[in-house]
Design a protein around this ligand. Structure first.
Ligand SMILES: [Zn+2]
Length: 469
């Protein structure tokens, strides 16, 4: 079902064909209105409960040490092979390329510590405030646009300005360029802050040093494209030398990541390789540690992805036996059973995943809801509505989830609720025109002043410069 795009331009068809979808759901910006550039329509967001939880676990202690809000950090994974990471306030944008490049958690944690240093230092605060108000899709278009512009890959800055919405108001190109504009003094401050956060959490700065040294030595980690991160964070030789001195002074310089965290990191890298790059890329990583849990997880995923469902099920059952409390093994089991057209068994597996998930991902209840929809009885459909609403309550920007919700309501004959769910889906995809059309349709069949009617009114009232809620 789930295709694994080779390019970074995940098409909307990918998201549309994900009934019985797998762990990695490509929630591409579907049905973006004509006012948004073609570029934004291909905004490649990757949704995955396991990876989001891991990256949040990396960020949490660092953000706490930095005195930043340590709850409710939204992790936005961007399917792009270049290296980039950027934090607005509530949202951390991180490229799959950055996660794939990092061999240890410490390398990513070091980059996060540096980003936290920029936030704590108030660097580019005005831009961050603007981005914080913008929709996720628009920000990614802007961030990717910035990288693309630097690389000279596209000069469609007018289109990108449109994609930037409020961010880009009154000079999109300027807003994009200013993303690239950390000052050298700011880099020094952020490095120093990063070391203090790493020390406070008992972690080494070696990963950060390794990552930044690599940027300093190589023009690009990802081939032809210049990594946006390297452009936005100037890395002269002197900065690396100063950083190295600071890192080596730390009492934690030789501290390694806990083995369990390293294992989750290895699983994440193999997963990204398997789903996004295919068998060869995943096998390359698995060969480094054959027989490890991460490699066997990779084998189960590849079996699933390439349609060897019996083998996938056997391998996944063995993994579950080894880690019975791992929610993502249950999730994979659910994905396999959905593909095998066994929605009842799949629903059981997803229900286990939901109950085991300490990170309370909004994605897992939506998967459970889909399995219930596939069962198709009125009772299962009603349960599906509950589960999908539960998932969307945890994660209201999941545009794909609204489409399943609309479908479930539609099959139950609740047309106004289906229209409102469709409106929400368009709204969170940034397609305000269609969002309003469906919100008005929903209102016509609703009682004035009831909760659904009020939410529809919020969507109708939403203006390009306005705010909702
Ligand atoms: Zn920086």
């Amino acid at each position: 079902m789930l295709s694994r795009p080779r390019s970074t331009t995940a098409r909307s068809t990918v998201a549309r064909t994900t009934r019985g979808f797998a762990t990695l759901l490509l929630a591409a910006a579907v049905a973006v209105s004509g006012s948004v550039s073609a570029f934004a329509q291909n905004v490649p967001i990757v949704r995955d409960a396991e990876i989001e939880a891991l990256v949040r676990d990396y960020a949490r202690p660092i953000f706490k040490a930095a005195g930043l809000a340590n709850d409710g950090i939204d992790i936005v994974l961007v399917n792009d092979p270049s290296f980039n990471a950027f934090v607005t306030g509530r949202r951390m944008f991180i490229n799959t390329g950055a996660l794939m490049t990092a061999e240890t958690p410490n390398e990513i944690i070091g980059v996060m510590a540096h980003e936290a240093g920029h936030i704590a230092g108030g660097h580019q605060q005005k831009l961050r405030d603007q981005l914080e108000r913008a929709k996720t899709m628009a920000i990614i278009a802007t961030l990717l646009g910035a990288g693309a512009m630097v690389a000279g890959a596209t000069t469609n800055s007018r289109g990108l300005a449109g994609a930037g919405m409020g961010v880009a108001a009154g000079g999109g190109e300027m807003a994009q360029r200013s993303i690239l504009a950390y000052q050298r003094t700011e880099e020094t401050t952020a490095d120093r802050s990063a070391i203090s956060y790493l020390n406070a959490t008992g972690q080494s700065g070696m990963g950060m040093l390794k990552t930044f040294s690599r940027f300093q030595n190589a023009l690009s980690l990802s081939g032809t494209q210049v990594d946006p991160y390297r452009i936005s964070h100037p890395m002269p030789q002197e900065r690396i030398a100063n950083l190295e001195a600071l890192v080596k002074q730390s009492p934690y310089v030789d501290k390694l990541d806990p083995p369990a965290l390293q294992q989750r990191h290895d699983m994440m890298r193999i997963k990204i390789a398997a789903y996004m790059q295919g068998q060869a890329a995943a096998s390359r990583l698995m060969r480094k540690n054959p027989g490890s849990l991460a490699s066997r997880y990779g084998e189960a995923q590849l079996a699933y992805l390439y349609g060897n469902l019996n083998a996938a099920l056997v391998k996944t059952s063995a993994l579950i036996k080894e880690q019975p409390k791992n929610p993502y093994f249950q999730e994979l089991r659910g994905d396999i059973l959905m593909k095998a057209n066994k929605p009842k068994d799949a629903a059981d597996a997803y229900a286990k995943a939901v109950s085991l998930d300490p990170a309370r991902s909004g994605l897992l209840p939506v998967s459970l809801g889909q399995a219930l929809m596939a069962i198709g009885t009125p009772d299962a459909l009603k349960k599906a509505v509950v589960q999908i609403n539960n998932g969307l309550g945890r994660d209201k920007e999941n545009a794909v989830g609204y489409r399943y919700l609309a479908q479930a309501y539609g099959e139950l004959g609740n047309i106004p609720a289906a229209d409102l769910a469709t409106a929400e889906g368009h709204f969170y995809s940034g397609d305000y025109r269609n969002a309003k059309i469906f919100a008005m349709r929903a209102q016509q069949k609703m009682k004035r002043g009831e909760p659904g009617w009020l939410r529809a009114q919020d969507i109708i009232n939403y203006g390009p410069s306005g705010k909702t809620k």
